[in-house]
Design a protein around this ligand. Structure first.
Ligand code: CO
Length: 502
């Protein structure tokens, strides 16, 4: 029986989930040689929130990190997370920008592009898949797992079949919230394996304590690869730790053979990462390290729960916590049962809050209106026509059924426009700078002018500190870069923080 392939996500999802995406390249480099030599099937090193966070908080130009990690880990294939037509942002970018981003990243050595869409709308993934093929890279078609009355095992399998037909080189079942129960993972993976010729991978989190068991079931169902991390950037809101998973797999016919040398080198990686974790103490939180059963009760991602608790407190609405979370399925149903992943998790959460505060659908946020009107893509089920009508009225625009990037009246910056803008400012105008300028214009400008943020100084503790008993500050509950958005409703100012859920 073929042993299961182990991937390692510590350099992307590991610190995105447990240290607010704040690990700096220089903190990664000492672990690279051992990670590269270990024999992982792939190393997730880039994408997701790391590009945003690197520019916004660490003053790192994203392609410099990719080059450094590629040089430090030359043997193992590198993998990145890509939000389809949103690339690594939230807006929909024109095809030429998506294509240039993928081509440039592949030229810098990115091997595997894990492509998803928050709504599971495959039309938003097609351009990225085609661009990967053209660039000679691997396109992994990704299915976002969520639970709802319309998300049946058969529907997920159907999506896998469609992605294979679109040219995907592998299918990934992505459970960003760590909510997939083991037996359901078994059913989906089993179905995909029976219907597809291409490999099937699975990605989950240990947020609710299910991750490692889910992997065991997926392995029994024949999954080809699983995503792991290395403690302390593992378990809790991250991926299960590699040593822990190997212990669970011991004696399993699909357990990879591990040498004493490999065990030793994993210990070395862990020792190094413990130091980095301690250095990032301002961004880690006990809450992220432990199992969160509330996430099971409310069926929402853990990051979304902790973020909303903080916000409701700020709004002096702590007593409404249950009411707001009971409203989430109501909002999801009206918006066609969209999955909860960045950015839809924030949008649905915000709308649930507005429904409780002002009455159901009395105030529709511009983003929720856009979902109802098709501007994010096709929802898994039809949008409630009454809500859609109300959204059109409040937003002052018509529903669309085309691919969002082709929405009538949408104004896009193409590569030539981006290049012109950079040239006009005397900035470098190669494709690398154009694609980053498309997504993060003010951050790139600050970086190029040398006005980027000063990364937090590294204060090395005399020894690795024990978990501090003090309550974690609010910002520490984030699983990714936090951004604050203001909203004025009936003259009242509301601030919401949004964070990545990965
Ligand atoms: Co993830």
């Amino acid at each position: 029986m073929k042993s299961v392939q182990l991937n390692n996500n510590v350099l992307r999802d590991g610190h995105q989930s447990l240290a607010a995406t704040r690990m700096r390249t220089e903190q990664m480099l000492p672990a690279c040689e051992a990670l590269d030599n270990w024999g992982f099937g792939a190393l997730e090193t880039w994408g997701g929130a790391t590009i945003d966070s690197g520019l916004r908080f660490l003053d790192e130009f994203p392609f410099d990190r990719l080059d450094a990690l590629k040089k430090a880990c030359p043997k193992t294939p590198h993998m990145m997370l890509l939000r389809g037509q949103n690339i690594v942002q939230y807006a929909h970018f024109p095809d030429d920008v998506v294509t240039a981003f993928i081509k440039t990243s592949a030229d810098h050595g990115m091997n595997i592009f894990r492509i998803f869409d928050a709504l599971n709308d495959t039309r938003n993934m097609k351009c990225a898949i085609d661009a990967c093929k053209a660039a000679g890279a691997q396109a992994h078609g990704t299915i976002c797992y969520t639970s709802s009355p319309v998300h049946t095992v058969a529907k997920f399998i159907e999506m896998g079949v469609e992605l294979e037909k679109m040219g995907a080189d592998a299918i990934v079942l992505k459970d960003m919230a760590g909510l997939i129960p083991p037996m359901e993972a078994f059913a989906i993976i089993d179905g995909l394996k029976k219907q597809l010729k291409i490999p099937v991978w699975i990605h989950t989190h240990d947020t609710a304590g299910l991750g490692a068991s889910t992997y065991m079931s997926a392995i029994d169902a024949g999954v080809d690869a699983i995503d792991l991390s290395v403690s302390p950037f593992a378990n809790g809101t991250g991926q299960p730790d590699t040593t822990r998973m190997l212990a669970l797999l011991q004696g399993h016919p699909r357990c990879p053979e591990i040498s004493e040398q490999q065990r030793k080198s994993l210990r070395e990686v862990r020792t190094h990462l413990e130091k980095a974790y301690a250095e990032l103490g301002d961004f880690t939180s006990h809450k992220n390290e432990v199992i969160d059963v509330d996430t099971l009760e409310y069926q929402v991602p853990g990051g979304m729960l902790s973020n909303f608790r903080t916000q409701l407190k700020e709004q002096k609405m702590e007593d409404q916590f249950d009411a707001v979370f009971r409203e989430i399925p109501v909002v999801r149903e009206a918006l066609g049962w969209i999955p909860l992943v960045t950015p839809t998790s924030q949008i649905v959460g915000m709308q649930a809050f507005l429904n409780v505060k002002f009455g159901r659908w009395k105030q529709i946020s511009p983003q929720a209106a856009d979902i109802a009107l098709g501007y994010y893509g096709r929802c898994p089920a039809p949008v409630d026509p009454v809500v859609q009508k109300q959204a059109a009225k409040q937003a002052g625009k018509e529903p669309i059924t085309c691919r969002p990037v082709e929405a009538p009246g949408a104004v896009h910056k193409h590569m030539e426009d981006l290049r012109k803008e950079l040239k006009a400012k005397n900035f470098p105008s190669d494709d690398e700078h154009c694609v980053i300028h498309a997504m993060f214009p003010p951050q790139l400008e600050k970086h190029l002018k040398g006005e980027g943020p000063k990364p937090n100084p590294v204060v090395l503790p005399a020894e690795i500190p024990k978990a501090a008993p003090a309550p974690a500050p609010a910002a520490n509950t984030s699983t990714g870069p936090q951004k604050k958005y203001g909203l004025t409703i009936n003259g009242k100012r509301i601030e919401v923080g949004v964070e990545e859920i990965v």
